[in-house]
Design a protein around this ligand. Structure first.
Ligand SMILES: [Zn+2]
Length: 300
């Protein structure tokens, strides 16, 4: 019994010692775990703070982006041209300027293949041009006209059919072509109040064949608050068989030393050369110190 007791005492002491060790170990483990937990929690907190900061930054960036976009939209908000006395005078004096100003104009469009290329190039150069659209093409590609308009280019009127004999059968016929095209522009851009007040006679106002009708039409258009404009420089991109050289040479010779140039080009479907050469045309004008305007700067 004693032995057992002794053994029991020994074993109790052992157990007690063991327990002390165990308790010590357990405490150490618990402390370690607590330490780990603390580290973990502080790490999480830090990460949460980082995430919050990031999202706040992103939010700020978003706001900035929104602001920039709104600014851009404001900058290119298409305007409704209003014909004032000042606008009429500006048109009369269009070729008189102390500064070098170039008005880039495209006739006979829009086309589905050339006009988008031209719009891209103008966008790259941040230049606003004027498109003298043909009604018969506006109804085919209304979305392109809308894109031109919403990009801040001036949508002007070049009549509906471009068929000389029909357009110039009478002054009234010229006005009818103008009105029909105006309606197609309004439908394309979705703004029924739009009036460009600006016509370019198909083939220009020159020439002898339709002189009488053209002169009568000038008056009739004017009575209806419609001005007209020809050009005083051109690349001859729709005459004969133009080449890269002829485009640039004709531009240089017709621009000459003029301060104010209204440059005639075309964006109908066959004018790939015009699209190809447009960067060189613009580079030349920039080199020569021209700044660019469209008819929003004339008819305000
Ligand atoms: Zn034309």
């Amino acid at each position: 019994m004693e032995k057992y007791y002794q053994y029991g005492e020994v074993s109790l002491t052992v157990v007690k010692r063991l327990n002390k060790k165990k308790v010590f170990l357990l405490l150490v483990i618990v402390l370690l775990l607590l330490l780990l937990l603390l580290l973990f929690v502080s790490n999480i907190n830090r990460k949460m703070a980082d995430i919050q900061e990031e999202s706040e930054l992103a939010e700020l960036e978003d706001t900035n982006e929104t602001l920039i976009t709104e600014e851009n939209i404001e900058e290119t908000i298409p305007k409704l041209p209003i014909l004032t006395q000042l606008g009429r005078e500006n048109m009369q004096n269009i070729y008189k300027s102390n500064e070098k100003i170039a008005y880039i104009t495209f006739d006979d469009g829009p086309s589905s293949n050339i006009t988008p290329q031209i719009l891209n190039i103008l966008d790259q150069y941040k230049i606003k041009a004027t498109f003298f659209v043909l009604g018969c093409n506006v109804v085919r590609y209304p979305n392109i006209v809308k894109q031109e308009y919403e990009s801040g280019h001036y949508i002007a009127n070049h009549g509906y059919s471009h068929a000389y004999d029909s357009v110039y059968s009478s002054a009234q016929s010229v006005l009818d072509e103008y009105v029909r095209t105006q309606q197609s522009i309004r439908d394309a851009i979705g703004i029924q109040e739009y009036c460009c007040h600006l016509f370019r006679f198909p083939g220009g106002t020159g020439g002898t064949k339709y002189r009488k009708v053209k002169n009568e039409a000038k008056q009739l258009l004017s009575d209806n608050d419609v001005l007209y404009i020809d050009w005083n420089a051109l690349t001859n991109d729709s005459v004969g068989k133009p080449t890269e050289e002829s485009i640039i040479n004709d531009l240089i010779s017709t621009v000459g030393t003029k301060n104010s140039v209204v440059i005639l080009m075309h964006d109908n479907a066959s004018k790939q050369l015009t699209a190809n050469m447009l960067p060189k045309v613009l580079d030349y004008l920039i080199e020569q110190g021209y700044s660019f305007k469209n008819f929003y700067d004339v008819i305000m």
